[in-house]
Design a binder for this molecule. Structure first.
Ligand code: IPE
Ligand code: IPE
Ligand code: MG
Length: 257
């Protein structure tokens, strides 16, 4: 497995198109409410937006796309909505796997899958195996995922592997390989639709130096044009990773020579 260094240890290479995009797809319920439709209709519509955005990321050269489908806190929703989301997850896994393979898209699912129905767990396993050799883009779906859960499970696994670890021996390098997305570099760009400006327990560790983009557009309306707007905004950012602007300018000058 490729080991990606954390942004606090190494400065990642810059490119105008983000290598890794992480999205909180928010606003499905409000999209439906505005149309006098039940909330769940917004979730179905949201799935069409997912297809569009995966394709556009693929076309643009994004290598990793990570989407938040269900948080560890979303179990608090009414049981009918949770049940609908579970059915939709299973249906979309079944319906999309052939298309993923055809488009060379590798699927990974992160989160505590043990709470899901066995049929979902099996389908996740099957879809991951079927797409394991795909190389064009890695699509990660975060399901029953929480950033705090991720850090805790990584800590537990780290202690399992190194049972005699002393507190002073705990380092980023030792912990990071146990995080559930250790196969990917940290996200360059985070997008949250739906107008809220919060992280809602998404990738807490991995967002340390990610550029954060918030838009009022509701997820079912987020399309290729909106994604390109986010990429344009990203390309204008000065990613300093702790350094000064003057240091960046002199590095750009020496790179040019
Ligand atoms: C995001 O949309 C989808 C999930 C959390 C599954 P919401 O369902 O949160 O939509 P709003 O925020 O209520 O509009
Ligand atoms: C975050 O959206 C989770 C997903 C998009 C899956 P929420 O709608 O659950 O977030 P909060 O509750 O508004 O913070
Ligand atoms: Mg929401």
């Amino acid at each position: 497995m490729t080991q990606h260094l954390s942004s606090t240890q190494d400065i990642p290479e810059f490119s105008a198109i983000p290598r890794h995009v992480a999205i909180i797809m928010d606003g499905n319920g409000r999209w439906a409410g505005k149309r006098m439709m039940p909330r769940v209709a917004g979730h179905s519509e949201g799935l069409s937006a997912v297809r569009k955005i995966v394709q556009e990321c693929h076309r643009s050269g994004v290598q990793y796309l990570t989407i938040f489908a269900f948080s560890s806190e979303n179990w608090r929703r009414p049981p009918e909505e949770v049940g609908f989301l579970m059915k939709l997850f299973l249906k979309s896994l079944k319906g999309e796997v052939a298309r993923l393979v055809e488009n060379d898209i590798c699927l990974r699912v992160i989160g505590d899958l043990s709470r899901f129905d066995p049929a979902i767990q099996e389908m996740v396993q099957f879809s991951q195996e079927k797409t394991a050799g795909c190389k064009a883009i890695t699509l990660t779906v975060a399901a029953n995922y929480g950033g705090r859960w991720d850090i805790l499970q990584a800590m537990r696994r780290c202690l399992e592997v190194n049972p005699n670890l002393k507190p002073e021996q705990v380092t980023e390098e030792l912990l990071a390989p146990h995080l559930s997305m250790a196969y990917a570099p940290e996200p360059d760009l985070f997008i949250r639709t739906g107008g809220e400006q919060r992280v809602s327990n998404f990738l807490l560790w991995q967002l340390a130096y990610t550029e954060l983009y918030f838009t009022d557009i509701l997820w079912p309306e987020f399309d290729e044009l909106e994604l390109r707007k986010a990429f344009h905004w990203f390309s204008q950012r000065e990613r300093r990773f702790g350094r000064t602007s003057a240091q960046l300018a002199s590095q750009a000058l020496s790179d040019a020579v």
